[in-house]
Design a protein around this ligand. Sequence first.
Ligand SMILES: [Zn+2]
Length: 297
Amino acid sequence: MIGNSKKDLSLFEFQKKFKTERDCLEHLVLAKWGDGFKCKKCSHDHFCKGIKELDRQCSKCNYIESPTAGTLFHRVKFPLLKAFYIIYFVSTNKKGITSTELSRKLDLKQKVCWLFKRKVMKAMQSSGTFLLEGVVEVDETFVGGSDENSRGRKKGTKKLVVVAIEKKKKGVSRFYAKVIEHADALSLGGFMRDNIYDKAEITTDQWTGYQPLDKEFENMTHMKSGKKGENFPELHRVIMNFKSWLRGMHHHVKDLQEYINEYTYRFNRSFMKGNIFDNLMNRMINTEPYTYKSIIS
Ligand SMILES: [Zn+2]
């Protein structure tokens, strides 16, 4: 892992560090092979130069690996420096950045920015390592995407989302959310197992979907339902803020879960090692390629 400072990289520092394509490639080389080279095909640890300058060729099986291979930068069709800028803006802008804004700033087509940003969002997916603990609340909500506020909206376009928050003092320290098909014990339990420590003090409402999970989550209580949002004011504030952020995303929301991943990633940043730019960069390098084909299908 590169970078240990918790402090955010300023735009000035970023620009000093990354001036050329070569700077970006060298960053990838250091992140991938800083601890030593190991051939992907045969695990041999000696290499010679490949055809392109920073490529490495295994001296046993001759397999050539580029610095971008096996990362989310694989086959990026525009300058790597611009891709690094996208990661910088997405990670450091408090509210994120739309593909339209990225397009204006970086002189790239909006569609190109949108597609690459989808890859970045993939890297923002929760690692599932840091389960919510202590005082936790769980509830579901409907998220309606672009027609959120319009009258006569079709119910069919709304998505059901289960949300869990971890409370610290009067605030919310972290939260996770997931798009689910049904609010049944199977879906709710799956989400809770993946995101909440089983000894946490969990509060839900009295919805039947939560009841069968009492055995697994022994400190769970079910509160009588009040008016909408009355029971869980902090949780509903988090949901409201998320929805208003989502409405500002201009472009139609194709995959709601990825927007949830992006939002919660920034929200939960206190649990990251190093600064947020280094963290996201390391995730980009350690996440297997995600093809455009799979994004647009
Ligand atoms: Zn080899």
